[in-house]
Design a protein around this ligand. Structure first.
Ligand code: DGT
Ligand code: CA
Ligand code: CA
Ligand code: ZN
Length: 584
């Protein structure tokens, strides 16, 4: 679909014309074309051919000719000409709330401000406030606008980044001559939030045609239909804003030679801090490490693979998930890196909802889906009564569900359904169900769903009190955060972990990419105290079960082995483990 590209082009023309103070009528008509084209259900090329585009309201004769030109040639002269009339970064100033085209024109002409960075400097040295028609108040408004813009175009969730990355990877794999396409950066490390997506591409042997080929690869990326805006398109690097249904995110694509692919992958995977440590090690060994390879003098010692680089530095291979300079370099030197838990180790899911509360699939559907994933068990953990918005179950409904689960188990071979509940921790730290009912369950997840903004003392008290119950097997999503939406509770994490260890309570690693709660570093603290983690997807549909890999990656980032994760226990061991905290 070229529609999205065309829409951007018409919007950009309107932006530039606004800054230049051109005819209002034409500006408005370009905006209208941008909107109309974006909403067309069919590719403009098709509509041009069958004559429908000419009949579309909002698209006049001259716009039609421009669209035709773009469809035929891939460019639009009017657009190219307009962009030449202002600095390339100037239109970005229009995205600042409180900054109109007139204002942009004034600060550009009087102060030479061309970008947000320039504008920040001009605000800081007071020159914006001194402009005619501006003043302190307007300068302060612009300042707040920039802060708002920077906060709102911040980091995105890992699942959103992976979706954008997958689009680009698929596109690049189709380009002739491309051999390897790898995701690097924070996405490869499975960080909990992502600034931008980094992708590396390599081709076969270097030939006379290589330069042309590299350019074609970058171009295949920058003209892709999901590209919203191209930031840079050079010989070996392309940078663009990629739009998915959910987000817009910057993606950097780099083409690197095969002989330094490993070095480039290592460098661009980061983290920066991890790389700094490796470079220090190289220097100590009288070598030099950069994105082209590991060198002794001018001689390339290693570069084609990451493994060879770590090896030549005297280190065990460090999995990307651990590259955060949290002791992994030292451990790699002492052959002491953990055997990280893997998705294949996971035998079941500890946290799922069904139609009985706010899930969208039945008990049977969830069980079938879990079996299809090759699991051996599934814990059904619907909400308790006081979670009214989540259709929490009354004690009576829960009792019926337990019966249902027992019946289902009796007719299911080689698979165990465990009866559980996600029970609310109430305001005073007590639980939403009586002990008598809880005793009928195989496991209980206790979670806080209300009062998350209470002071530290209060949320910590409730959390610790809930863990005192012998029926609470697991503390659910311990901090209650929702990435990009809601802060974590002000929980005393060390106290919580200490209490989990003392009471023998497991801690949930909620693998939903909105939560990833406990987070990696806190998982590691828990593991060091001998606490078991339980991974749960908090699935509300059969598809939700597929989010387990996010939990596994986060656990691994917390240095978890399969011994630290209850999901990896064989069923008989799991059943006896579930009873360890219960009254004998
Ligand atoms: P992000 O994008 O903020 O989620 O995090 P990263 O880690 O993907 O960071 P990014 O995209 O700025 O850079 C990708 C990798 O490239 C980074 O993890 C390490 C490497 N890198 C970038 N800039 C530098 C640098 O100045 N020094 C070193 N040693 N490495 C760098
Ligand atoms: Ca990045
Ligand atoms: Ca980057
Ligand atoms: Zn919950």
């Amino acid at each position: 679909m070229r529609n999205a590209q065309l829409s951007t082009i018409f919007d950009q023309m309107a932006d530039v014309m606004e800054i230049l103070g051109e005819d209002r009528f034409r500006i408005n008509s370009y905006r209208k074309v941008a909107r109309t084209v974006a909403e067309l259900p069919t590719d403009v090329g098709v509509l041009l051919e069958n004559g429908r585009l000419a009949e579309t309201p909002g698209i006049g004769k001259s716009s039609l000719a421009k669209i035709e030109e773009f469809v035929e040639s891939g460019t639009m002269a009017a657009h190219t000409e307009l962009l030449k009339r202002v600095p390339a970064s100037l239109p970005e100033l229009l995205r600042i709330p409180g900054m109109g085209p007139k204002g942009v024109k004034v600060i550009y002409e009087n102060l030479g401000v061309q970008s947000i960075a320039d504008l920040k400097r001009a605000l800081a040295d007071g020159s914006v406030a001194k402009l005619p028609g501006f003043g302190q108040k307007k300068a302060a408004t612009i300042q707040r606008g920039i802060e708002f813009l920077e906060a709102s175009t911040g980091r995105i969730r890992l699942d959103q980044a992976l979706e954008a990355a997958a689009l680009v990877v698929a596109r690049l794999r189709e380009v002739p001559g491309v051999e390897k396409v790898e995701i690097a950066g924070s996405v490869r490390r499975r960080a909990e939030t992502i600034g931008d997506v980094d992708i590396l591409v390599t081709t076969g042997k270097h030939t006379e045609e290589s330069n042309q080929q590299h350019k074609r690869i970058i171009q295949a990326f920058t003209v892709a239909p999901f590209v919203d805006r191209v930031l840079a398109a050079g010989e070996t690097k392309g940078s663009a804003i990629v739009r998915t249904d959910a987000v817009a995110v910057q993606v950097d694509v780099r083409v690197v030679p095969a002989e330094s692919f490993g070095a480039a992958l290592q460098y661009f995977t980061g983290s920066k801090q991890h790389n700094v440590r490796l470079r220090e090690m190289a220097l100590k060994a009288k070598m030099k490490l950069n994105e082209y390879g590991l060198f002794k003098g001018d001689a390339l010692v290693a570069g084609a693979t990451e493994e060879s680089i770590y090896k030549k530095l005297g280190l065990d291979y460090v999995p990307a998930l651990l590259r955060e300079d949290r002791g992994e370099v030292e451990a790699a030197g002492k052959h002491a890196l953990p055997q990280l838990v893997r998705l294949e180790d996971i035998k079941g899911d500890f946290h799922v909802h069904t139609l009985a509360s706010d899930g969208r699939a039945s008990l049977e559907e969830m069980v079938n889906a879990a079996q299809a994933l090759g699991y051996k068990f599934l814990c059904i953990t619907d909400h308790s009564e006081s979670s009214v918005v989540a259709n929490g179950q009354t004690p009576k409904r829960l009792a019926q569900q337990i019966e249902q689960i027992h019946a289902l188990n009796a007719r299911t071979k080689g698979f165990t359904v465990l009866a559980g509940a996600e029970v609310d921790i109430l305001a005073d730290g007590s639980l939403d169900f009586e002990d008598e009912l809880l005793a009928d369950l195989d496991l209980v997840i206790a979670s806080i769903h209300s009062g998350l903004t209470s002071p530290r003392g209060k949320v910590t008290y409730r959390t610790l009190k809930a863990m005192d119950s012998p029926y609470v097997t697991i503390l659910g999503h311990p901090t209650g955060r929702m990435l990009g939406q809601r802060e974590a509770m002000d929980l005393d994490i060390p106290a919580m972990i200490e209490h989990a260890a003392q009471t023998g309570t497991a801690l949930e690693l909620n693998g939903n990419p909105y939560r990833l709660d406990l987070k990696d570093v806190h998982c590691r603290m828990a593991i060091e105290k001998g606490i078991k983690l339980t991974l749960g997807t908090d699935a509300h549909s059969t598809a939700g079960l597929g989010l387990m890999h996010f939990g596994v990656a986060t656990a691994a980032r917390g240095w978890a082995t399969k011994q630290n994760v209850a999901n990896a226990l064989p069923l008989t061991k799991l059943k006896s483990w579930l009873k360890t905290k219960r009254p004998k």
